[in-house]
Design a protein. Structure first.
Length: 162
């Protein structure tokens, strides 16, 4: 198997990883969907769930900015998933909004805004709580205090005031 491969859809070089489907390399899910004739737009059910506001993009530079995280509640018709846009300051801190997105091209998604997806919040802050508890059990380290502050300060704000 060659180290460098070309994506069967867009022709981009794939250095490592990529996505294999039926023994053909693709650089991303969007390229695979395009090559397989899968939808490049949200299905009617997903469009009905979403508001009119489209996803305009997110940017994080050196760990500061906004990024899309998650990949929950996949639609069996169009293949779209729910992702949440987070404010990032080295770590994801505050969820801003959720979108139902569909990968179209490498690094490009098409999406529409939906209400804030609570399961993402529960998993994220539950993970922080677990790390804080584990940090506390092995000693009172500075990491424990940072995680505890994130948990105590941000979780009530996000859940009850959002």
């Amino acid at each position: 198997m060659p180290i460098l491969r070309k994506c069967r859809s867009c022709g981009n070089l794939i250095l490592a990883g990529g996505l294999w489907d039926r023994d053909e390399p693709f650089c991303c899910v969007g390229c695979r969907n395009t090559a397989r004739g899968k939808p490049t737009e949200l299905c009617p059910a997903c469009r009905q769930e979403a508001s009119g506001e489209g996803f305009t993009g997110s940017t994080a530079i050196s760990g500061f900015g906004t990024i899309l995280l998650g990949g929950d509640a996949s639609c069996r018709h169009c293949g779209s998933v729910v992702m949440t846009e987070w404010l990032v300051l080295l770590l994801p801190l505050v969820p801003l909004k959720s979108f139902r997105v569909l990968p179209v091209k490498p690094q490009v998604v098409s999406g529409r805004r939906i209400p804030l997806h609570r399961p993402h919040l529960v998993r994220f802050y539950g993970g922080i709580a677990l790390m804080a508890l584990c940090g506390g059990s092995i000693g009172w380290s500075p990491v424990f205090f940072v995680l505890l502050i994130l948990l105590v300060v941000l979780f009530p704000f996000v859940i009850f005031l959002w």
